[in-house]
Write a protein that binds this ligand. Structure first.
Ligand code: R1P
Ligand code: GUN
Length: 348
């Protein structure tokens, strides 16, 4: 819900109205300065004006609608105000999952803004996710790094909310997004600590109606119907393979499947995913990539294999987040250096 409805709720106690109509009006009207005319059943016509500048809106702790372009401009205005306009811009955005956490600590000339200081950003609760926005340089490029992400299972499957940072990074100017996750290996070529280059994905929640693009669409973010035929950029993937070869690294390419979580999968569920062509599985990434593609951002994605997913109930072993973090700690540093090398080689 946008500014109009927020404002209306504060003033509506004096009259009767059709809330469905108001909601519709609020969703359709995206401009920052507008006049709203309401017809009450006493034939009174009232005029409400909203002239909040983006910065004022953020300062006043206004509720942010993650689908509302103007609300997101106010978030970006607040970030610029806090760190400075020169710093609050980047060409490459990086989302550190449980796997590539260390990369955020290698950003040079870093300016760190905690998520708690950004209007509309929910708190991160997952151990291993620091909850910072980090601006600086890496491999000679201007980057903005999300140290931590929002998982749908933490936020009642509100995927638009969970992708708010991607839209914010888009408004901060990024053209390329590098996304990473910790994942369970399904394909038997994958072992603990391996890095898988994501070639394609299966966005399972979206197939059941949980997509960040469901609901009101503002064309300023992009098309209503988004083609994800090339979600993971082919040239960036090739560049990664070339950089990996130079480093003598084995880099697998495969399909990542996102489940809703937060429970890990049963062996029968893993077998199902294997049958449909998945190589690794996790509880993130696909919603972020979908929104990035809507905004025209090119994507490069990696899964750090932290555990081997169970395929047989008779030989299954317990999966734990402690194991995930432990392997991520061991392998994450090497993987982060590799991603920094790739960034050095990217030509914008
Ligand atoms: O995808 P990231 O954030 O790396 O984390 C993965 O690890 C956690 C489970 O151990 C889940 O949140 C899963 O999605
Ligand atoms: N869903 C899921 N997420 C993970 N994150 C890290 N490992 C796993 C896994 O095995 N399954």
């Amino acid at each position: 819900m946008g500014l109009a409805s927020t404002l209306f709720r504060r003033t509506s106690s004096t009259g009767h109205y059709d809330s469905t109509w108001i909601q519709y009006f609020a969703d359709e009207k995206k401009n920052h300065s507008f006049t709203m005319l309401l017809n009450f059943n006493k034939s009174t016509t009232m005029t409400f004006e909203n002239n909040n500048s983006p910065t004022q809106a953020a300062q006043h702790n206004q509720k942010i609608d993650p689908r509302n372009y103007d609300d997101l401009l106010s978030v970006v205005a607040s970030i610029r105000e806090q760190v400075g306009s020169e710093i609050a811009q980047a060409d490459i955005g990086i989302i550190c999952g449980s796997g590539l956490g260390p990369i955020g600590d290698t950003v040079e000339n870093a300016t760190i803004l905690p998520f708690s200081k950004i209007p509309g950003f929910p708190a991160t609760h997952v151990v291993g996710h620091k909850g910072n926005l980090v601006f600086g340089t890496l491999g000679g490029k201007k980057v903005v790094c999300l140290q931590g992400r929002f998982h749908p299972y933490e936020h009642n499957m509100d995927l638009a909310l969970c992708t708010l940072p991607v839209r914010v990074m888009h408004l901060l100017g990024i053209k390329i997004m590098i996304v990473s996750n910790a994942a369970g290996g399904i394909n038997t070529v994958l072992h603990h600590g391996d890095l898988m280059l994501i070639k394609d994905h299966i966005f399972l929640p979206a197939l059941a109606g949980f997509s960040p693009l469901v609901g009101c669409n503002d064309p300023r973010f992009g098309a209503r119907f988004v083609s994800v035929h090339d979600a993971y950029d082919k040239q960036l993937r090739q560049l990664s393979i070339d950089v990996g070869r130079k480093r003598g690294m084995t880099l697998y390419e495969g399909v990542y499947v996102m489940s809703g979580g937060p429970q890990y999968e049963s062996p029968a569920e893993v077998s199902l995913f294997k049958t449909v062509g998945a190589d690794a599985l996790g509880m993130s990434t696909c919603h972020e990539v979908t929104v990035a593609r809507q905004c025209g951002i090119k994507v490069l994605g990696f899964s750090l294999i932290t555990n081997i997913a169970n395929l047989d109930a008779d030989q299954s072993v317990e999966v734990s987040h402690e194991e995930v973090l432990d392997i991520a700690k061991q392998a994450g540093e090497r993987a982060s250096l590799f991603v920094a090398d790739i960034i050095t080689e990217i030509s914008l």
